[in-house]
Ligand binder design. Sequence first.
Ligand SMILES: Nc1ncnc2c1ncn2[C@@H]1O[C@H](COP(=O)(O)OP(=O)(O)OP(=O)(O)O)[C@@H](O)[C@H]1O
Ligand SMILES: [Mg+2]
Length: 250
Amino acid sequence: MPDKSHEATERERFEKQYHEIAVLAGGLAHEIRNPLSTIHMNLELLFEELEESVDPIAQRVLRKMKTIQDQCENLEDILEAFLQFARAGELHLEEVNLVDVVSEFLEFYKPKAQEHNIDVRPHFSSDLPTVRLDLRLIKQVLTNLVQNAQQAMPEGGLLELQTSHRNDSVVLEIIDTGCGMSPQALEKMFQVFFSTKPNGSGLGLPTVRKIVEAHHGTIQCESELNRGTKFTLTFPVRLEEELAGQEVKD
Ligand SMILES: Nc1ncnc2c1ncn2[C@@H]1O[C@H](COP(=O)(O)OP(=O)(O)OP(=O)(O)O)[C@@H](O)[C@H]1O
Ligand SMILES: [Mg+2]
């Protein structure tokens, strides 16, 4: 018979090591973020001092500083995406209507959509049951998915957001008419650091999936090259028995 206790201790050791590495990586990202922001801030100050100068040397220096500034911003984006990924599992749940959450997000997204020639069409159901969501993290999910859709439609296009109620879940579909994905990209899109974009961190979709799964939800994707992409998210509605159980406990 296999030694179960040995298996258990191996697993515990592995989980402990995994936890240590995760804490270390999160700590490292934090440690890098502060000096990086000091570098960035001082660059801004140098820009202010040199911008007015007509001296050709100053102009050359400015061009090189611009490269440093771009790389600082790139690093800051990567760190931010990494920290969001690391924090995606910690939930602060509230009982909310998904339609309200998505509407609020769209209100905030409207000017950007206009700027990018994107026609946003919401199809919201009026009788959706409430679900328990972490609002900050769900906003992150919407931001990442809508940003991907926007980047897939550089010339603009149609972005549909549809809510519905199926079995014991509420469903959100996000559909774009963008460039779509190859079968290879479709297979790899949830892998950390997979990206087909020059400055993509490849952490957007892994973060989305981690957040959705932390809510006991699911995420699926259908995509066709040159036609578009549909992401389907589900979030479980709490069963009557669960609610009753909670009332007894409360
Ligand atoms: N709506 C979409 N349409 C077409 N391709 C997509 C779409 N969403 C994701 N992808 C593909 O999946 C890849 C991974 O997406 P993900 O959001 O994880 O990273 P990213 O967008 O490349 O970088 P980041 O989000 O970190 O800036 C993208 O590079 C792109 O190839
Ligand atoms: Mg992305």
